[in-house]
Ligand binder design. Structure first.
Ligand code: C2E
Ligand code: MG
Ligand code: MG
Length: 587
């Protein structure tokens, strides 16, 4: 998860200042749903807490959103206070996290995870992780009857010694958690036999110095166990951190092979998580809980995979899961909306086109940025129905504007790579145009360089078919991808959109000015229109005008706006019969 400031700033960037007040509410909802609070340390003595952070720290805050640092330090057990204080006071620009047991009045002792970003103005997150921790590492000294392997407490003791030993030798220590799940439910006897064979396989694949233990004595484990599932904890001392994934992968493969028992080959699904000392934590408990979290994440992936722990894992996993479920509903519930941002011809300052940009108006989270949900939609395949909806909506609105007597403009829609790979793409595009009775020349498709490079021949083929129907094709975010000149000639392209990262400092950064200029010149010599993205200031526009860039798009003219506002911009321009007047039109 990003830090609260940049996320808020990003949201404001993306959604525009109109909706800025929503950003705070959106963020607060996200914190509440994810049970991750945020905090900011002021002047080294007071911590300002978000509502969720205040809930997490309960009675410590006396109901307020401000907490004295000293009080927080006192809430830790005496033995931990020194380390806890150092965590708050040491200078480090690294992102750091610490799990600490805090005495929280009525709530009793809870294990709370703090993450800190930056030193000069420290901010970070806070999360109650007690449940995960206790479920994961409930101590047990007993040997597991089935496998003869020790339990988690024994493992933690070994880990403690291992950390010290690896430290002296300058080695890394890896904690590897392997979660096993059998494909079909099995009875207890079979389960025992499978686990015994699995642990034997593990022991044979490891060196003597490596420690293997079973996850036992864990309430979740009982539930898992009834399905024949289980897990192993492994400690490895390594000379190089990357050895962890080599060994981890080898063990994962070893364990994943079917196990024969009484003539039946039992399939397993194995997923693994790795946490490294000292990278991911210094205490045995931290390392174990981090490796468990990573394994859980790998398990949610659905495949036999191996994940490294990273401190943003939990928040990110939550965010993804909850967004995914909701995104499935979004189409049905009509929560998607297409906004439009004008493209302006630089010489005349007339609106000559619009770009359709997707927005998700979530009932609880507010406007969710496409940067957040498009990648997810691609991963889950939801981009296909969503992309079709976008195309239909854009065609319908464009046609309606024409029917209402407004001067015709060209409408651009973005395509994602998943859409581009769909064999049906051509039919869908033509279908959307026919449904709306829109002539193909009014529709433009924005693609990225990487999409074209992926499969040059078939990309060129499909683009030629679309082009032959009269559609326009432009390359989005130009300059950030391969930018190979030779390929440009192979595709029937009409326009290049200079990525906004080059426009931002076009007046001050000589490199950006040079790149933008050469894209404009190249476009001219290839007879392509060139559009500058993200134009925010008059001086950027002046530069682009001197360089004879064709069109500009950006907040200087307008943010992406809902359909009625876009129509109003066109109407205002038609009434005036001339150029764009931001102070009037955007008002
Ligand atoms: P993009 O196609 O490059 O869209 C331009 C992005 O720049 C938009 O972000 C727009 O709001 C933002 N922008 C425009 N002018 C300015 C400016 O002056 N300053 C700044 N800072 N930003 C400006 P948005 O709407 O968040 O969309 C992000 C990306 O999401 C788009 O990048 C596009 O790749 C993708 N996307 C949006 N809608 C769709 C869609 O319907 N389908 C697909 N496949 N992708 C979409
Ligand atoms: Mg675009
Ligand atoms: Mg772009």
């Amino acid at each position: 998860m990003q830090n609260p400031r940049s996320a808020a700033a990003h949201a404001a960037d993306t959604f525009g200042s109109d909706t800025q007040p929503d950003t705070a509410a959106w963020w607060a909802d996200l914190e509440r749903l994810g049970e991750v609070g945020s905090w900011r340390l002021d002047t080294g003595t007071w911590i300002h807490l978000s509502a969720q952070a205040a809930r997490t720290l309960g009675s410590l805050t006396d109901g307020g959103t401000r907490l004295a640092l000293e009080r927080l330090i006192e809430a830790a057990p005496e033995g931990d206070r020194e380390r806890w204080r150092t965590w708050w006071t040491e200078r480090s620009d690294q992102r750091e996290s610490m799990e600490v047991e805090l005495h929280l009045g009525d709530a009793g002792r809870r294990i709370v995870r703090f993450t800190r970003h930056g030193h000069d103005l420290p901010i970070g997150f806070v999360q109650d992780v007690s449940d995960r921790w206790s479920a994961a590492a409930r101590p047990s000294t007993e040997l597991d009857f089935t496998t003869g392997l020790p339990g988690a407490e024994h493992f933690l003791v070994h880990l403690d010694r291992g950390i010290a030993r690896a430290g002296r030798r300058g080695h890394r220590l890896a904690v590897l958690v392997l979660r096993t799940e059998v494909a079909r439910p099995v009875d207890d006897e079979t389960r025992g036999a499978l686990l015994a064979q699995a642990s034997e396989r593990l022991r044979q694949s490891l060196r003597d110095a490596d420690v293997v233990a079973r996850i036992v004595g864990d309430p979740n484990e009982v539930e898992l166990a009834s399905h024949g599932d289980g897990g192993f904890l492994i400690m490895l001392e390594l000379a190089h951190p990357h050895d962890a994934s080599n060994v981890g992968r080898r063990l994962l493969e070893t364990l994943s092979r079917p196990i024969d028992w009484l003539g039946v080959a039992h399939q397993w699904r194995v997923s693994g998580g790795i946490a490294l000392h000292p990278d991911d934590g210094s205490r045995p408990e931290d390392l174990l809980s981090h490796a468990l979290a990573a394994a859980e994440n790998a398990r949610n992936d659905g495949t036999s995979s191996l994940h490294y722990y990273s401190s943003t894992l939990n928040a990110a996993a939550f965010e993804k899961q909850s967004l995914e479920n909701r995104l499935r509903q979004a189409l049905e519930n009509n929560e998607l909306e297409l906004f439009y941002q004008p493209k302006v011809e630089i010489q005349t300052e007339r609106i000559v086109g619009f770009e359709g940009l997707l927005r998700w108006r979530h009932p609880e989270l507010g406007l969710v940025s496409p940067a957040q949900f498009i990648p997810l939609a691609e991963e889950t395949g939801l981009i296909i129905p969503i992309g079709r909806w976008v195309m239909q909506q854009a065609c319908r609105d464009t046609k309606q504007w024409q029917l209402d007597g407004l001067p015709p403009i060209r409408m651009a829609v973005n395509l994602s790579s998943a859409q581009f790979r769909e064999p049906q793409l051509f039919q869908w595009v033509m279908g959307a145009l026919e449904d709306a009775q829109l002539e193909p020349k009014w529709l433009e498709l924005e693609l990225t360089e990487s999409m074209l490079m992926h499969d040059v021949e078939s990309a060129a083929g499909i683009l030629r078919r679309l082009k032959a129907k009269g559609l326009h094709i432009s390359i989005d975010d130009f300059g950030t991808g391969y930018s190979s000149l030779s390929y440009l000639k192979r595709f029937p392209i009409d326009a290049l959109k200079i990525d906004r990262s080059f426009i931002r400092e076009i007046n001050t950064n000589p490199d950006d000015a040079a790149i933008s200029t050469s894209i404009i010149l190249m476009g001219r010599s290839l007879k392509l229109r060139v559009i500058a993205e993200g134009v925010e200031t008059r001086s950027q526009l002046a530069f682009l005008r001197v360089m004879q860039c064709d069109e500009a798009q950006g907040f200087l003219f307008s943010q992406p706006v809902p359909e009625p506002r876009a129509r109003a911009l066109l109407e205002a321009q038609a009434r005036r019969g001339g150029g764009y007047n931001p102070s009037v039109d955007a008002a």
